[in-house]
Design a protein around this ligand. Structure first.
Ligand code: ADP
Ligand code: MG
Length: 699
């Protein structure tokens, strides 16, 4: 093991792009560069999976389930569906599905496969993610998020559209991957013709094998599952630790980039950080600081990689690095296994990941930055060894590494299960506690989620799905709380506004991060044009309406207001889809601003009040009251959890007395994001069950 001290390398010694010695490593790097000029067909045949093509096809033919283990980059995701199709699967109107836990993987991989097959994306090869369907009647290979495939079981419980289903990235153990594994096992009993492939980047084949092998005898020839291991081509990776804990891993990661740039031979750098804010900051800092590099050194090209990027922006990271450039990809956990990046020789690992975690004691789900597992650290380091021997710089000490958990906790054991329970019940799986889980979720988590569904009136007293509300919530492709406000928006006479708000909270990255140089006051002036004192939801409504009225036709309007044109365009498309659902569920489309057809009570209420009450009808469980001590902190009304207002919120430093919030983000402190001020009496009025329960319990 080696150590290094970040930021100790004297600048001015940058690798010179013209005079670099043609060392062995550089030669290898050149050779790798040259592979890029191979035809796509030749590139395909160089992948480790290619040698096992026939064995794979034989296994899929022979066994109901095939488990494929192979390192990231061996060709599992892009090649296996193509082999199957070439061998005649997905004939007679059937399709091959390949699921991904992440949207960004589904979109970028399908584009790559369409290129390899020289077809247009959306024709023979397509993708399906929430609110975005790029498939057609021609589509035979369909990349999709695992959540979307699970959703399809509600319309087609036996998934009869598919003859092969590949559950990819199974090692990631995302919530919907785990649920799908249970559902597929059930479907296999009724559909012997359905073939399943489970693919994983780590060596956990046994778990899947035991789960899927229906053979009860000792006779292995009767096995219904088979394991195939792809041989991995991996170069050694040197791991370096910091010798004492770093104060700010974001800053240290930037320093480390320049340390590498000054003293290490060419080769791209991959940085793992936890989220978009950090990534945007690092990208812009690297960009600024790289201007001071000596003139004749390699250029540095920092590129972000996270889920909210558009497809075009994502694809930039896959483009070949020019000869005079060092690419620095600054990524979330996406790059750990979901996508393969060529040319990475150095990895910088901050040691943390942002995950969704649900606390059954408080009933709150939060995005929390937590330490990664050892398995994750290993996987991240491995990204450096794909083209030649590489280095992994860990921004934590070896002692810290030793305290990490061996593996990450599957999502199903740490997330809000309400949406899944709803969908399982809609599938007719009433006793969710007895569902065949690969790993069962803790009972407390289950109970709390059931309770939330009950208070939303999606379940009745005996835990059955209510008709029509529960059924409709299960069908709606949004979380049950948001679904509830959409379905009640007709009653509150503000569905036009609510559907806009719902679309806006479903899009990430509406606001563009200002550059560091931008004056704080100037920024506030720009943001303030949309602000209303009732909070973020109504301000988002303003942004959307402003965009639709003035900014739709060109990017300039958005640019001047630090708004993300593409994100807003996406909000428009999402809104259209949500409107379709509302029509299907007979929710009248009415605007709060239009005063006709109202009963007297509603007439008295202002438009804003109606919208906010409608929000309370779904988000009542996420309500918080200001602390009396004037600290600006809040306490959730039912469970007494202390929370802070997110600095990006309209209500930051505005001292409202009572709010509801859309989500909690936990970095150094827990923050509420997307807040709206409410009148506390509305809670008793709109969610008597939920708050009644608390008063009786306290006695
Ligand atoms: P695995 O699923 O086993 O991790 P993949 O099938 O994703 O492997 O990748 C196989 C090869 O395809 C890799 O060499 C990778 O670089 C290449 N590849 C995948 N996606 C893209 C893309 N969008 N652009 C260029 N190359 C890609
Ligand atoms: Mg893959």
């Amino acid at each position: 093991m080696a150590f290094w001290k970040p930021g100790t390398i004297a600048p001015g010694s940058a690798v010179d792009r013209d005079t670099e010695n043609e060392t062995d490593t550089a030669v290898v790097a050149h050779a790798e560069q040259q592979y890029r000029h191979l035809t796509l067909k030749q590139q395909r045949e160089r992948l480790p999976v290619f040698k096992l093509r026939r064995e794979l096809l034989y296994s899929v033919e022979t066994y109901q389930t095939t488990i494929v283990i192979g390192q990231t980059g061996s060709g599992k995701t892009t090649q296996i569906p193509q082999y199957l199709e070439e061998a005649g699967w997905a004939g007679k109107g059937k399709q091959i599905a390949c699921t991904q836990p992440r949207r960004i993987a589904a979109t970028s991989v399908s584009q790559r496969v369409a290129d390899e097959k020289n077809v247009k994306l959306g024709a023979e090869v397509g993708y399906l993610i929430r609110f975005d369907d790029q498939t057609s009647s021609k589509t035979r290979i369909k990349y999709m998020t695992d959540g979307m495939l699970f959703r399809e079981t509600m319309i087609d419980p036996l998934l009869t559209n598919y003859d092969v289903i590949m559950i990819d990235e199974a090692h990631e153990r995302s919530l919907y991957t785990d649920i799908l594994l249970g559902v597929l096992k059930k479907i296999q009993r009724k559909r012997p013709d359905l073939h399943v492939i489970i693919s994983s980047a780590t060596l956990d084949a046994e778990t899947f094998y035991k789960f899927f092998n229906h053979n009860q005898t000792k006779d292995q020839t009767k096995d219904t599952a088979n394991i195939i291991s792809l041989e991995g081509r991996m170069y050694p990776v040197d791991t370096l630790y910091v010798d004492e804990p770093v104060a700010d891993y974001v800053e240290t990661s930037i320093q480390t980039v320049f340390d590498i740039h000054m003293q290490e031979p060419r080769g791209d750098i991959l940085i793992f950080l936890t989220g978009r804010d950090e990534i945007d900051r690092v990208v812009s800092e690297i960009y600024d600081r790289s201007k001071t590099l000596p003139k004749n050194s390699l250029h540095i090209d920092p590129l972000p990689l996270y889920a909210g990027l558009t497809l075009q922006d994502q694809l930039r990271v896959f483009e070949p690095t020019p000869r005079d450039t060092r690419k620095v990809i600054v990524s979330t956990n996406i790059a750990e296994a979901s996508v393969t990046l060529e040319g990475i020789v150095y990895v910088i690992d901050c040691g943390f990941v942002k995950i969704r975690a649900y606390n059954p004691k408080t009933g709150m789900e939060a995005l929390v930055v937590t330490p990664i597992s050892k398995a994750s650290a290993l996987q991240r380091a491995g990204r450096a060894g794909r083209v030649r021997a590489g280095k992994s710089f860990r921004l934590y000490t070896e002692n810290t590494y030793n305290t990490l958990k061996d593996t990450s906790i599957p999502e199903i054991q740490r997330t809000n299960l309400a949406p899944v329970i709803l969908q399982l019940k809609a599938l007719g799986i009433d006793n969710v506690l007895r569902f065949d889980f690969l790993t069962a979720p803790p009972a407390a988590l289950m109970i709390r989620s059931l309770e939330l569904l009950y208070s939303l009136k999606a379940l009745d007293d005996v835990g059955r799905l209510t008709i029509p509300l529960g059924m409709q919530l299960a069908e709606f492709p949004v979380d049950p709380m948001l679904g509830k406000i959409l379905l009640s928006s007709g009653d509150f006479h503000c569905s036009q506004e609510i559907v806009t708000i719902a679309a806006m909270v479903s899009v990430q990255n509406i606001f563009i991060q200002p550059s560091k140089k931008m004056d704080k006051m100037a920024l506030l002036d720009i943001r303030r044009q949309f602000w209303v004192e009732e909070g973020d939801h109504l301000s988002l409504l303003n942004v959307y309406n402003g965009f639709v009225q003035n900014g739709k036709s060109s990017g300039k309007w958005c640019h001047d207001r630090l708004l993300n044109f593409k994100a807003l365009a996406r909000a428009i498309r999402i809104r259209q889809q949500l409107v379709k659902y509302l029509k299907r569920f007979d929710v009248p489309l009415v605007s709060a601003m239009d005063g006709t057809r109202l009963d007297q009570d509603l007439q008295r209420a202002t438009a804003s009040e109606r919208i906010r009450k409608c929000l309370v009808s779904g988000y009542f469980s996420q309500a918080a009251r200001a602390e009396p001590d004037g600290s600006g902190r809040f306490r959730t009304i039912r469970d007494g959890v202390l929370l802070n207002v997110h600095p990006d919120s309209v209500l930051f430093n505005r001292n409202p007395t009572c709010v509801i919030f859309h989500e909690v983000v936990e970095t150094n402190k827990p923050y509420m994001r997307d807040l709206t001020t409410i009148d506390e009496t509305w809670l008793a009025e709109l969610a008597p069950h939920f708050y009644q329960y608390q008063t009786t319990e306290k006695k």
